[in-house]
Design a protein around this ligand. Structure first.
Ligand code: NAD
Length: 240
C-alpha cells in the first residue's frame, strides 16, 4: 500500500492582502499543501492564526523551511522573497505586477537556479483570451487594436500586468496595441481587447468576478512546481 506524498510546504508572501487572504483560506481546504509561514509587510496582530505562523517582512530571513513561496505582494517586497527562494533552493510562484525591468531580469537570473513561475494572471480564461487575441491580430492586419482594463480603486500599477501580457499576444500577431486604464469601485478585473476598422469592430472581453480564480491557479502551480528542474514555467506547463 502506498501512502500519500507529504503535503507541499508553502510560504505565503503578502499574506494580509486581498490575494493573500484568499490564498490562506483556499489552502486550508486542500490536503496536498500546508502553509508553514504567512508573511506581511507589518508586524502581525497575532503570531499564529488558524495554526499558521505569521511573520513581518523584516523576519523573512528567519522563516521556517518551505518548498515553494507564493508571492502576491508589491514590487517593493519582491526582491527579498526572490533572494530567499534562491538561497534556500525553493520554488517561487509570483503574481506580483508592476515589477521593474531589473526585477524581471532578476527573475531570469534566478531561473538558472530554481523553478519559478511568474504570471500576470492566474486564470484559465485569460490564458485562452491571449490565444484568441493573437489569432485575431494575425487575421486582421491594419485594424486598430485597443486594450481597456478596469480594476478596483486600490490597484496601483497601470496598465495592468494582464493588459500588458495581452498586448504582447497582440504584438505577436502583428498588431500595435494601445492601452487605457480605469480604476473604479471594487472591480476584480476586466480586460477588453477591441479590434476596429471602418464599419466594424470585434470585442473580446474577460471579466473576473471573484479573485479566488487567481488564488486557485497559484495554489495549483505551487503544488506542482517543487522538485522540477530550474527554469521559468508557464501556467499552461503545469495544467496537465
Ligand atoms: P494588497 O494591497 O491587498 O496586498 C498587498 C500585500 O503585500 C499585503 O499583505 C502587504 O502587507 C504586502 N506587502 C506590501 N509591501 C510589502 C513589502 N515591502 N514586503 C512584504 N510584503 C509587502 O494587494 P492584492 O490585491 O492582494 O494584490 C497583490 C499583488 O498581486 C498586486 O501586485 C496585484 O496587482 C497582484 N495580483 C495579481 C494577480 C494575478 O493573477 N497575477 C491577481 C490579483 C492581484
Amino acid at each position: 500500500m502506498t501512502s500519500d506524498p507529504a503535503p507541499v510546504r508553502i510560504l505565503i508572501h503578502g499574506a494580509s492582502g486581498r490575494m493573500g487572504q484568499a490564498l490562506l483560506r483556499l489552502a486550508a481546504e486542500r490536503d496536498d499543501v500546508v502553509v508553514v509561514a504567512a508573511v506581511q509587510r507589518s508586524q502581525p496582530a497575532q503570531r499564529v492564526v488558524d495554526g499558521v505562523p505569521h511573520f513581518a517582512a523584516s523576519e523573512l530571513p528567519g522563516a521556517p523551511e518551505f518548498d515553494v513561496a507564493i508571492d502576491f505582494s508589491l514590487p517593493e517586497g519582491f526582491d527579498p522573497v526572490l533572494a530567499l527562494c534562491e538561497q534556500r533552493g525553493a520554488a517561487l510562484v509570483s503574481g506580483t505586477t508592476g515589477l521593474e525591468p531589473e526585477q524581471r531580469e532578476a527573475l531570469d537570473a534566478a531561473a538558472q537556479k530554481i523553478p519559478l513561475l511568474w504570471a500576470a494572471n492566474f486564470s484559465l480564461g485569460v490564458a485562452i483570451l491571449g490565444e484568441l487575441v493573437e489569432r485575431a491580430a494575425a487575421a486582421l492586419p491594419g485594424w486598430d487594436c485597443d486594450i481597456v482594463e478596469s480594476h478596483h480603486v486600490h490597484k496601483k500599477d497601470a496598465p495592468s500586468g494582464t493588459a500588458l501580457a495581452l498586448g504582447a499576444c497582440a504584438e505577436h500577431g502583428g498588431a500595435s496595441p494601445r492601452y487605457a486604464s480605469l480604476r473604479a469601485g471594487d472591480i476584480v478585473g476586466e480586460h477588453l481587447v477591441q479590434f476596429a476598422t471602418q464599419g466594424e469592430r470585434i470585442e473580446l472581453v474577460h471579466r473576473a468576478t471573484n479573485r479566488d480564480i487567481f488564488a486557485r491557479g497559484a495554489l495549483h502551480a505551487a503544488s506542482r512546481l517543487p522538485g522540477r528542474a530550474p527554469g521559468r514555467y508557464r501556467l499552461r506547463d503545469l495544467l496537465s
